[in-house]
Design a protein around this ligand. Structure first.
Ligand code: GLU
Length: 373
């Protein structure tokens, strides 16, 4: 079914429900009473035929309290890793017990950015999710913060949730937050107006976000939520930001139709949607105006239009593509190593063979392996 309003999400076949640290944890303790109302809703959805995947934050906040670490465990990466190790045990126990009270089985999955960036590992995670759901378990997912380092981490569960929804082929994502949704400016400003529906996360929409987390507990903020929405919409998935602070948060928000709904935009194939959701390019290719124009019309990126190559990447790695004015054009999987790209930069096809010593590939980034920004 097509999701056109918030209440449609309750009828979706499969949804991801993301719970932020600020909702789940208060002064280092789980808000068990509130969580009990949410778990009851999840059980209700499951009973009515909606498969639910939970993405739960809170490991760092819980662990920091137990280890008495400063700044909620976020003073350094090492602290966050240690806090997450301790807190994740607690978090898993909490979900397992709570879901168990409704006869549901919790399944823990801890993922890193790389698990979803690498196509083979992504498909593997996708298969695990499918099997778990088929077997009747409720996946409870978090980032594997105890081993994730700065370069290989999401750092927020908002984008992670969108990627998980994609891997699980869910129809919707509910980001339970401590704000009502998106406002056109800082909600503290009396002139701020609420945005109920977004059709496409444009640069104007991004400009509305402040990017800082109000509670100081989570690491998401509005910007990460919008980035998550962008990943979801391109994958054809609806995403909603709702205020989860009340008891029965899902029913309350859906019944009142209160929240910001980002409508699916994508008609990209599953593989292209995966590609556009990838977050960590290994290099940057800059192209001239003629190439920018050609790419806008769906052409492949040819060496002749290449003006600059940054980074050290291998064949098949993800590269970001920029135009001459510094505008981001898209990203794709590169057909050459960085050294080869530098060697053939600006060359026409006949010149490339002489330089490379073998016949060149059809393109530097082929249109089938490229997505626009
Ligand atoms: N994965 C982190 C945790 O469990 C939270 C990330 C976030 O705040 O979005 O504490």
């Amino acid at each position: 079914m097509a999701i056109a309003s918030l209440s449609d999400l309750a009828q979706a076949r499969r949804i991801v429900v993301k719970v932020g640290s600020a909702l789940l944890i208060e002064r280092g303790q789980a808000r068990a009473e509130w969580l009990a109302t949410l778990v009851k809703e999840i059980a209700g959805l499951a009973k009515d035929g909606t498969q639910v995947i939970v993405v739960s934050s809170g490991a760092i906040a819980l662990g920091a309290a137990k280890l008495k670490l400063p700044k909620g465990g976020r003073a350094s990466l090492a602290d966050a890793q240690a806090a997450a190790s301790v807190g994740q045990v607690e978090l898993a126990r909490l979900w397992s017990e709570m879901l168990g009270q409704h006869g549901l089985t919790a399944a823990q999955m801890l993922v890193t950015l790389d698990d979803l960036e690498d196509r083979r590992r992504y498909l593997n995670a996708s298969a695990t999710l499918e099997r778990l759901i088929e077997a009747g378990a409720i996946p409870v997912i978090n980032e594997n913060d105890s081993v994730a380092t700065e370069e290989i981490r999401f750092g927020d569960n908002d984008r992670l949730s969108a990627r998980v929804a994609q891997a699980a082929q869910a129809q919707g994502v509910l980001l339970l937050s401590d704000v009502d949704g998106l406002y056109d400016r800082d909600p503290a400003d009396p002139d701020a107006s609420f945005i109920p529906t977004v059709e496409g996360v444009t640069p104007e929409i991004i400009a509305m976000a402040t990017g800082s987390s109000g509670s100081g507990l989570g690491s998401g903020g509005m910007l990460a939520k919008l980035q998550g929405a962008r990943i979801a919409e391109r994958a054809g998935i609806a995403l909603a930001i709702i205020n989860g602070t009340h008891a029965d948060p899902i029913t309350t928000a859906l019944a009142a139709d209160r929240g910001t709904l980002f409508l699916p935009q994508g008609d990209e194939s599953a593989r292209k949607a995966w590609l556009s959701g990838r977050l960590a390019p290994a290099g940057v290719l800059t192209v001239d105006a003629g190439c920018t124009e050609a790419l806008a019309h769906g052409a492949s990126l040819l060496a002749a239009g290449l003006t600059e190559v940054e980074g050290d990447f291998r064949r098949g790695d993800l590269v970001a593509i920029f135009g001459a004015k510094g505008e981001r054009l898209g990203q794709g999987l590169v057909e050459y190593t960085a050294a080869e790209c530098r060697a053939i930069l600006g060359l026409r096809e006949e010149e490339q063979a002489a330089k490379l010593g073998y016949s060149p590939r059809a393109a530097v980034v082929h249109r089938d392996h490229m997505v626009k920004a």
